[in-house]
Design a protein around this ligand. Structure first.
Ligand SMILES: [Zn+2]
Length: 57
């Protein structure tokens, strides 16, 4: 998930077009990598939190 540069709403990374405003999203491979790396990082951090929570209970 990332922000559409046109309407600034959260949209899905896989979509070529923003699901909100219909803006065609064009990113370079480097930009896509950055977006993907950020989303993976946050997902991993969330997973880590959940795992720690599970251990405590
Ligand atoms: Zn948009």
């Amino acid at each position: 998930m990332f922000k559409c540069p046109n309407c600034l709403k959260i949209t899905e990374l896989q979509k070529v077009r923003c699901s909100h405003c219909g803006e065609t999203l064009k990113y370079s491979i480097a930009q896509k990598f950055d977006i993907l790396a950020e989303s993976v990082e946050s997902a991993l951090k969330m997973e880590l939190k959940n795992r720690k929570k599970g251990k405590d209970t």
